[in-house]
Design a protein around this ligand. Structure first.
Ligand code: HEM
Length: 99
């Protein structure tokens, strides 16, 4: 069953333009990872909240990605482990795609 990772991000106004630019020029490592389907950055019109939606073929391939060097490469050297204590991670959810 496909899964969608829902990752909401709130940033102070001064950090938003830089984040959007960074995302537009993202590394693109995940694009070749087995099981990856798509990823997109959504933003509320007022830019007071972003959501990164990332779709994988199944939970197993998503878990394999977040624990891989590919995740670290896609995050410019930051591994998933290094993010564990980041308060933003508390809002991350993994949804099953039912249809
Ligand atoms: C489960 C948690 C997370 C998921 C599913 C996720 C998902 C993604 C994906 C799919 C990419 C694109 C990677 C690529 O192009 O290869 C990405 C890049 C990025 N993520 Fe995450 N991410 C997570 C955690 C975080 C955290 C905790 C932060 C910051 C606090 C973050 C900040 C970024 C930034 C800044 C980029 C762009 C990196 C660049 O190209 O310079 N991510 N993320």
């Amino acid at each position: 069953m496909a899964v969608v990772s829902y990752f909401p991000i709130s940033l102070p106004p001064e950090a938003r333009e830089g984040f959007e630019k960074t995302w537009k020029n993202r590394v693109g490592a995940v694009d070749t990872f087995p099981g990856f389907i798509s990823t997109e950055l959504l933003a509320l019109p007022g830019r007071d909240e972003y959501v990164v939606l990332t779709r994988f073929e199944d939970e197993k391939s998503f878990e394999a990605w977040i624990t891989s060097d590919n995740f670290t490469k896609g995050h410019r050297g930051e591994s998933f482990d290094s993010y564990k204590d980041n308060p933003m991670m508390r809002n991350h959810k993994l949804f099953d795609v039912l249809g």
